[in-house]
Design a protein around this ligand. Structure first.
Ligand code: SF4
Length: 328
């Protein structure tokens, strides 16, 4: 798969801002291209391009301390998060997929419901208008919904934000998500009740994620049950700019203490099983990326809960009210 890394745009931006140095922040999948990008930028513009080796999972991870190392920052693979402070010395390169949707989508149109809600991860967001045209030409209706102000584009899904899908849900019979992998479509599948199909425009595959979603939800139920007798909780606050939710931590800490639980707040930048090993508690509540609890909980020695899951443990919700811990 080819992704548009917008080299010409990056180099014009560097020249236009008069930078002699930039930092490059890339998600793991694009780090393979880091040396090539750094070399090309230096040869074409004379600006030193420093590669940041820190893990990068989303725009929530924006490396705000880049001025220590360079005048500007080029952040690859994600769109800006509009409700966070914007910085003119940061350029986002979304790495849009270079793929045509026409033939592959036409081949599966007969599997679509009458009214379709369209969704995509940012790499495929540019395909949504064409997908809408093709679906409507088949006599169906297609809707691209606007989510909350954590999303840059209508129809966009983040791993922690399915608000565009929720906006579409009242007027559609089901959803079509354009993209690869399970991570983003699962966020939508956790949040909505209507059927969701995932279409990979690269290989033309149409599938659902019901099995993966149900397996994860069964594990979430087990984590909630395992935490019912916990007496001590570590409430985790992540200091990454787009994951910092002290209000959520304040709320769940109050609720836990009101229930007689012992509470310790941990502030950290990077959450991992090894980082939590020293803390002698019975369970964790993460206010960081909700997908750590949803997708990676099996790696932790104690139950790892999202905030709504911790409220279920306390009897403030029931399993029937289960909600995805969307960051908004
Ligand atoms: S909080 Fe998690 S799901 Fe949301 S953008 Fe960041 S890494 Fe992705």
């Amino acid at each position: 798969m080819q992704f548009d890394l917008q080299i010409d745009t990056i180099e014009s931006w560097i020249r236009g801002r008069g930078f002699t140095s930039v930092a490059l922040q890339l998600p793991e999948g694009l780090k393979l291209r880091a040396a090539e990008l750094s070399d090309r930028i230096f040869r074409d513009t004379g600006a030193e391009a420093v590669v940041l080796g820190y893990p990068c999972y989303g725009a929530c991870d924006l490396f705000i301390h880049y001025k220590r190392y360079a005048q500007g920052l080029v952040h690859f693979g994600h769109s800006p998060i509009p409700n966070l402070p914007q910085d003119p010395d940061v350029l986002y390169v979304e790495a849009r997929a270079k793929v045509s949707i026409d033939g592959p989508l036409q081949a599966v149109l007969d599997k679509m419901p009458a009214r379709v809600g369209l969704l995509a991860s940012v790499q495929y967001i540019g395909l949504l208008p064409r997908a809408k045209e093709l679906i409507e030409a088949s006599g169906r209706t297609a809707v691209i919904g606007k989510g909350d102000n954590r999303l840059c584009y209508p129809g966009q899904v983040l791993g922690c934000d399915c608000s565009a899908a929720l906006a579409e849900e009242p007027v559609v019979d089901g959803f079509l998500f354009l993209g690869e992998g399970d991570f983003h479509p699962l966020a939508a599948a956790f949040g909505v009740k209507k059927p969701l199909l995932v279409f990979n425009p690269v290989i033309g595959e149409l599938r659902n994620v019901d099995g993966v979603r149900d397996r994860i939800l069964r594990r979430r139920f087990a984590a909630i049950e395992a935490a019912r007798n916990a007496q001590s909780f570590l409430v985790i606050v992540c200091s990454k700019v787009g994951q910092y939710r002290p209000e959520a931590a304040d709320r769940i800490e109050r609720q836990l203490r009101a229930a007689g639980k012992q509470v310790t707040r941990l502030v950290t930048d990077e959450l991992s099983p090894a980082a939590l090993l020293p803390y002698r508690v019975d369970a964790y509540v993460s206010t960081a990326c909700p997908r750590i609890a949803m997708d990676d909980a099996a790696c932790y020695v104690h139950p790892m809960l999202t905030v709504p899951e911790a409220e279920t443990v306390l009897g403030l919700r029931t399993w029937d009210d289960y909600v995805f811990d969307s960051i908004s």
